[in-house]
Design a protein around this ligand. Structure first.
Ligand code: NAP
Length: 255
C-alpha cells in the first residue's frame, strides 16, 4: 500500500497567544503542525502535548525569526517532516511605549527584523517549497497584521504600527505575485486581543484599560482570531487571496 504523504504547516510563534490557538485548531485539519517558539520551550511543549492528546501530530522547534540561520533551520525541519502546505507568519513583538523621537536604532532593528524581515524570509522559504513555479503543489500563507496599521499607534509604538502596515502591503503584493502558482496569501488584522503581548510591551493592564472604549466593550480572544486564520488556511477560502480580514470587534474598521 502506498504511504500517505505527510503534510506540514508551520506556525511561527506558535507557543503562546494567537499562534498557540492556531496550532491547536490547525492540527484538526490533519496536518503535522510545526510549533515554532523563540524562548519558551515549555509553552511550546504544552501546545504539542494538547495536539497529541487529541490524536494530532505536532513538533516544537526553537528558532528566532530575526535570524536567517534559524529560519533556514526551521524549514529544514519542515522538509524532514513532510510537504509544506501552509505558513502562518504569526511571530511578532511590541515594545515599551515611546515616541518616535526617543527610539533607538536597536529598538527599531529588533522591531523590523522580527515583525517584517522575519515574515519576508519565512514567506520566501514557503514560496520556494509550495509554488508550482518551483515544482511545489501550492499552499496557503496567512500573515498577522494589526489594527495598528490603520491607527498608527501614536505615543505608543509607531514602529510596530509601521511594521504591520508593511505587512498589509506585502500581503497584497505577494498574493498577486504567486496567484497563478497555487499559493493564496492573506492576512488577519486583529484589534485588542487578550494575550501576553501587552505585558511584554510593559502594559499588563492594557486590555482592562481599553475594553470599555472598544466597540464591543470587550477584547477579543486568541481563539476568535485563530478561527479566522483557520478559515484562510483551509480549502473553504479557496477563492480568497490578497484579503486583509479585520478581526477587531469593530476597532479601526474604517480605512
Ligand atoms: P504573544 O502572546 O506575545 O505570543 C508571541 C509568540 O511569538 C510567542 O509564541 C513567542 O515565542 C513568539 N515569538 C516572539 N518573538 C519571536 C521571535 N523573534 N521568533 C520566533 N517566535 C517569536 O503574541 P500574540 O498577542 O499572540 O500576537 C501574535 C501576533 O498577532 C503578533 O504578530 C502580533 O503583532 C499580532 N497581533 C496581536 C494583537 C493582540 O492584541 N494580542 C493585536 C494585533 C496583532 P516565546 O513563547 O518563545 O516567547
Amino acid at each position: 500500500m502506498a504511504e500517505v504523504e505527510k503534510t506540514v504547516v508551520l506556525v511561527t510563534g506558535g507557543s503562546r497567544g494567537i499562534g498557540a490557538a492556531v496550532c491547536r485548531k490547525l492540527a484538526g485539519l490533519g496536518h503535522t503542525v510545526l510549533v515554532n517558539y523563540a524562548n519558551n520551550s515549555s509553552a511550546a511543549q504544552s501546545v504539542v502535548h494538547d495536539i497529541e492528546a487529541v490524536g494530532g501530530q505536532a513538533v516544537a522547534v526553537q528558532g528566532d525569526v530575526q535570524h536567517e540561520a534559524d529560519i533556514l533551520k526551521l524549514f529544514g525541519e519542515v522538509d524532514r517532516l513532510g510537504r509544506l502546505v501552509g505558513l502562518v507568519n504569526n511571530a511578532g513583538v511590541v515594545d515599551h511605549a515611546q515616541r518616535v523621537d526617543e527610539m533607538t536604532v536597536d529598538r527599531l532593528t529588533r522591531m523590523f527584523s522580527i515583525n517584517l524581515v522575519g515574515t519576508f524570509l519565512c514567506a520566501r522559504e514557503a514560496v520556494k517549497r509550495m509554488s508550482t513555479r518551483h515544482g511545489g503543489k501550492g499552499g496557503a500563507i496567512v500573515n498577522l497584521g494589526s489594527a495598528g496599521s490603520k491607527l498608527g499607534s501614536p505615543g505608543q509604538y509607531v514602529d510596530y504600527a509601521a511594521s504591520k502596515g508593511a505587512i498589509d502591503t506585502m500581503t497584497v503584493g505577494l498574493a498577486l505575485e504567486v496567484a497563478e502558482e497555487g499559493i493564496r496569501v492573506n492576512a488577519v488584522r486583529p484589534g485588542i486581543i487578550d494575550t501576553d503581548i501587552h505585558a511584554s510591551g510593559g502594559a499588563p493592564d492594557r486590555v482592562a484599560q481599553l475594553q470599555s472604549k472598544l466597540p464591543m466593550k470587550r477584547a477579543g480572544t486568541a481563539d476568535e482570531v485563530a478561527d479566522a486564520i483557520l478559515w484562510l488556511m483551509s480549502e473553504q477560502s479557496s477563492y480568497t487571496t490578497g484579503a486583509i480580514l479585520d478581526v477587531s470587534g469593530g476597532r479601526a474598521i474604517l480605512p
